[in-house]
Ligand binder design. Structure first.
Ligand SMILES: Cc1ncc(COP(=O)(O)O)c(C=O)c1O
Length: 332
């Protein structure tokens, strides 16, 4: 039979590009916005790409063997991607998850047979998070040194420091955009969590055409915890890379790759995601809304008239039904 896949690993990537034709018209935009729909991956997010790449890289290097447990810390999508691929390949999976992540993410990881541990439940991590006011990179170091180093037969993935993360975006996401647009791409818009997407995709596109402008999204001031607002509504998976100490920026983020940093507030990300659901019938997550908001503002600039903007939309809106994303009464 010609088209039968035998593993979900064969279904990762090759996601479609969609022009937001109705949204462009409604907003009278003179630039094209093409969105790369990463929810077409087998577990509905861009993280399926890195999950598969990091696992297969570890297998090749002999770091991951049959009977091992795969371990990761993540705000969710990477955990889901890894849980599914671990299941399909027969590995056990354990993930340390931020406490405030939406409930459906925990449920999905459990469905794949994975184990979840909240950061606050692991004393070694909780201690560091408290002492450093939420330094996630320091917490990961503590987990590695104080907990994982005492265990055998585990592979710690660490998406914030694993070169296979930006590597797979350079090898697949970038080339897919280049081929599907036949090289007609002027601006790339991507969120920054680990920085894997923007660094790898940006590197590839700039290698094909150094004039491609790379725009990296950072949460706006009101969408980050502060003294006056310790628990703001945040953009899940998206973290600041400017205005924070460089040791808090994952090594997978190439700070030389972007031409512009674009700040988006959570409420504006929500509004863009709500709007595009109504104009073009796509249901995407909060960070996707942020990418659409940034692309819209770029499209309005006179110098971008007639240009093609490609925005990477990381995941599906279905993963946010228990949040305020599609709660129209919530206006910030
Ligand atoms: C929903 C969502 N959006 C965006 C990102 C950012 O992607 P990257 O880690 O490649 O920078 C992530 C990553 O954690 C995510 O989960």
């Amino acid at each position: 039979m010609g088209k039968v896949n035998r593993s979900i690993t064969e279904l990762v990537g090759k996601t479609p590009l969609l022009e937001l034709v109705n949204y462009e018209k409604k907003n009278q935009l003179d630039a094209r916005i093409l969105v790369k729909l990463e929810y077409f991956n087998p577990n509905q997010s861009v993280k399926d790409r890195i999950a598969l790449a990091m696992i297969e890289d570890a297998e090749k290097k002999g770091l991951l063997k049959p009977g091992y447990t795969i371990v990761e810390t993540t705000s969710g999508n990477t955990g889901i991607g890894l849980a599914a691929i671990a299941a399909a390949k027969g590995y056990k999976f354990r993930v340390y998850v931020q406490d405030n992540v939406s409930q459906e993410r925990f449920q999905v990881i459990h469905a794949f047979g994975g184990e979840t541990i909240k950061l606050s439940e692991e004393p070694a991590i909780a201690e560091v998070m408290e002492a450093t006011n939420g330094d996630f990179i320091a917490a990961i170091a503590a987990l590695r040194e104080k907990v994982l180093s005492k265990e055998k037969d585990i592979f710690f993935v660490d998406q914030t420091a694993n070169p296979a993360n930006p590597g797979i975006h350079e090898a697949t996401t970038g080339p897919e955009i280049w081929e599907d647009t036949e090289g007609q791409v002027d601006i790339l818009v991507a969120n920054v969590g680990t920085g894997g997407t923007v660094s790898g995709t940006g590197k590839y596109l700039k290698s094909k055409n150094p004039n491609v402008k790379v725009v990296a999204i950072q949460p706006g001031e009101n969408s980050l915890p502060s003294e006056t607002n310790p628990e703001p509504e945040e953009i899940t998976g998206v973290h600041p890379f400017e205005g924070v100490p460089t040791e808090r920026v994952p090594s997978t983020m190439d700070l030389n790759i972007y031409d512009e940093k674009f700040e988006v507030e959570t409420i504006d990300a929500y509004k863009a995601a709500r709007e595009v659901a109504k104009t073009d019938g796509i249901l995407v997550g909060t960070s996707s809304g942020a990418a659409i908001k940034a692309a819209t503002e770029l499209a309005k600039r006179p110098e971008n008239k007639g240009k093609t903007i490609v925005a990477v939309l990381p995941d599906t809106g279905l993963r946010y039904l228990s949040t305020n994303l599609f709660n129209e009464e919530y206006q910030g």
